[in-house]
Design a protein around this ligand. Sequence first.
Ligand code: XUL
Ligand code: CO
Length: 433
Amino acid sequence: MTDFFNGIPTIKYEGPESQNDFTFRHYNPDEVVLGKTLKEHLRFAVAYWHSFAWEGGDPFGGRTFDRPWFGSEMDLAKLKADAAFEMFEILGAPFFCFHDADVRPEGQNFAENTRNLEEIVEYFAGKMEGSETKLLWGTANLFSHRRFMSGAATNPDPEVFAFSAATIKTCMDATYRLGGQNYVLWGGREGYETLLNTDMGRERQQAGRMLQMAVEYKHKIGFKGAILIEPKPQEPTKHQYDYDVATVYGFLKDFGLEDEVQVNIEQGHAILAGHSFEHELALARALGIFGSIDMNRNDYQSGWDTDQFPNNVPETALAYYEVLKAGGFTTGGTNFDAKLRRQSLDAEDLILGHVGAMDVCAAGLKVAAKMLDDGKLEAERDARYAGWETPEGKALMHSDLESIMAQVTGQDINPEPKSGRQERLENLVNRYL
Ligand code: XUL
Ligand code: CO
């Protein structure tokens, strides 16, 4: 036991009227909604990097947090793991997620990195035996160390490609060993700073081959989880190749991976790409590549990835509406890719950030479920496309320009515009909130 969370109780559901800060008001893990418990629907995960590895720095200042596990020794990495599993228990977190670099000290070389990772993975395995918390996904940090400054898979130096491929293998092994349900690839530095030194065509081929290798290895070791790509348009690089869901889909098609790889969609990344979160979710569903979500929020006034805990129920409601329409999560879940503000120094801030976020997501999911169950919004949408369900509408998709022209002239087709009824639909959605 560490003493880091001393005095903080296990968080229980007490309902919306509770005056206790350390309680859930909307997230009752056992509450059944549309045939599943909230715990099964939401599949919450704690992000190890933001909660335990991030030091509170920003571009203008360094560490503000003072955590007893900061440092580069293995013992401290184990102390960090102890505190992490204590927090998982306080929150009743069903899952967690990690990068290699979050959990093990950086070694002098690849072999030492691998040894450190393997030792911590065994330590995690031991802790997981006595814990309810499972691994939602693992991933490799191929963006923080200076060797990755010009990319990992897309690096102009083949040695960096090799180092990255080997690291991905070790992280897939770690994920598999711990029963992880997915493996994520986020291309933090797979992009460019200037086109003047960049061969985009070549770099894209390198990224495609790396992803194919990860998929080949997944099948080789019998990893049953999903491989997920996490789109982001920019930051840290000026431009990233996995820009958004549409771009990733084109990339997957190009490399024959559209049936092998799904997407992990992050709220803040969607905003940076000039989309809404629900846009990205709806498109992934339509393309059949929806996998998992990184739940956070971006400050709408700053143009960077602020990774804040979600706190807006109408937004989470529209997001979970899309998740439910996609059939809900299978291997995926709700990972809080969210960090405290750098002035939020205390252990209780870390707990309350998660408690509030879990409540906001649960409230949003319940609104979404009501909306879906009522069916009014879907009925309006179906009515708008009803013409396509008629024999004439269906036949159009199999026709050709000449026949269609004959039909339009023969029947004197002259379409009358119909209202999109946007305000009516917005009013309808607000009734559920
Ligand atoms: C960065 C980001 C990452 C990925 C995992 O913006 O979202 O933390 O989720 O590498
Ligand atoms: Co993320």
